[in-house]
Design a protein around this ligand. Structure first.
Ligand code: ADP
Ligand code: MG
Length: 405
């Protein structure tokens, strides 16, 4: 394939897989770059569907150069990608469009820089303090607790987070996190969690264009996203909130001069007020419903940004519920023996729950080994009303034996 018809992706997981599939739908070849694109002879979820893969470290500049030589544009699919690798690929002599840009990724990867950015945007956030030295531990006032200590870097799916109720617990938690730079956030009483997905493109004339999807409503269990819901007919009060969240997300993207698909997570509090939680500089788990409920999926949007193709505001044609399928449903129950053999769910029974009015879309990531808490796939349920989609989603959860929320 020619350079102009080839896109690259750093990372080897399911987000890279779905990006590659969307790119191939538009006639592009995809090169996956990851140190574990192939591991112990097995291909990763993204490498399985790629046209080629490069099994190399993100610091291997010769390998990065060969990716740059083959691709018109390169993106990334995981949270903790090397920003230096992105910066290397973006050097002008390579003639590669890199999105998201290294600067935006650096900010999203560091909760301290991320909070600074939010403050600069003037969007509301949870009260927080930076903790990176022993002295700061004692200076947190009592009324700040309960709080959540989060490592500034390398957190995802609730990892690197500890809830603390007083100064002693804070000290112990910080030492337990190896004295890493952290933010201490006040723990808020959340009424719900939402996210806004948007895509931003900058044309050759320097003009920016942004599209967005409707607000997604997310439920997390044990720090991992469990379900996402989206409606095509929000109530008046919900619509008002959605406008506010969307414009905050757009402000965050614009002030970053962001290019690509961006996810902004929000907390909604009991009194109806809201704060920005964090950003993910890529397609996001909470955007998977766009694959079946919208005229444009988040993955195709990323492809269009990279390829310089038109980004058209998507039409939400269905209400939807996305169920994450974790490896847990391969096992009988939480109390089972450690040596229990995993058993793949009966997808035929799940698919049989679809009807002429309700779409049931199973997306599996090609992971051969099921483990508890491992994301194995997701199921999108689409219908004309959210109530109908919820009903079928509940039946699917029952069929899978996953915990209803
Ligand atoms: P991750 O990078 O792991 O997604 P988050 O900061 O989004 O980290 O935290 C994961 C989850 O933990 C959130 O979705 C939310 O349910 C809960 N959480 C995080 N921060 C707070 C907070 N300040 N108050 C209440 N709950 C929180
Ligand atoms: Mg999060």
């Amino acid at each position: 394939m020619s350079k102009s018809k080839t896109l690259g992706v750093l990372g080897n997981g399911q987000l890279g897989r779905m990006f590659a599939q969307a790119a191939q739908d538009l006639g592009f070849a995809v090169v996956v770059f990851d140190p574990e694109a192939q591991k112990a002879g097995a291909l990763s979820p993204a490498a399985q569907v790629s046209d080629a893969f490069i099994n190399a470290d993100f610091s291997d500049t010769a390998a990065l150069q060969s990716l740059a030589d083959r691709c018109a544009a390169v993106t990334t699919e995981f949270e903790n990608v090397s920003a230096d690798a992105l910066a290397y690929l973006a050097k002008p002599s390579s003639a590669v469009l890199v999105a998201p840009k290294a600067d935006a990724v650096r900010i999203a990867q560091n909760r301290v820089l991320e909070k600074n950015h939010f403050v600069g945007c003037g969007v509301p956030i949870a009260p927080y303090v930076v903790v990176d030295s022993q002295q700061q531990l004692g200076s947190v006032p009592d009324h700040f607790y309960p709080a959540i200590l989060k490592t500034a870097r390398m957190g995802y799916d609730g990892k690197g987070q500890v809830t603390v109720n007083n100064a002693d617990e804070l000290r112990a938690a910080w030492l337990g996190l190896s004295r890493a730079a952290c933010v201490l956030e006040q723990r808020l009483a959340l009424a719900s969690e939402c996210s806004v997905l948007l895509a931003r493109q900058v044309g050759t004339n320097g003009k920016a264009h942004m599209i967005h999807w409707p607000v997604q409503r997310n439920v997390h269990v044990h720090g991992i996203l469990a379900t996402t819901e989206v409606t095509c007919s929000p109530s008046a009060s919900q619509a008002l909130l959605d406008v506010a969240l969307t414009s905050a997300a757009q402000k965050i993207a614009t002030d970053l001069n962001y290019v690509g698909v961006l996810c902004v997570e929000f907390f909604i509090l009991a009194d109806g007020s809201w704060v920005v939680n964090e950003i993910a500089p890529r397609p996001h788990n909470s955007g998977h419903i766009t694959m079946n409920a919208s005229s444009l999926s988040q993955f195709e949007a990323q492809v269009r940004v990279l390829a310089g193709l038109p980004l058209v505001q998507p039409r939400q044609h269905s209400c939807g519920v996305m169920l994450n399928v974790l490896g847990d449903v391969w096992f009988d129950d939480a109390s089972s023996q450690a040596d229990e053999q995993p058993r793949e769910p009966d997808w035929a029974r799940v698919l049989a729950l679809g009807t002429a009015d309700v779409g049931v879309h199973v997306h599996l990531y090609g992971k051969t080994e099921a483990r508890r808490a491992r994301k194995m796939g997701h199921i999108n349920v689409t219908a004309q009303t959210l109530a109908v989609a919820r009903d079928v989603a509940a039946h699917i959860q029952k069929e899978l034996g996953s915990v209803p929320n």
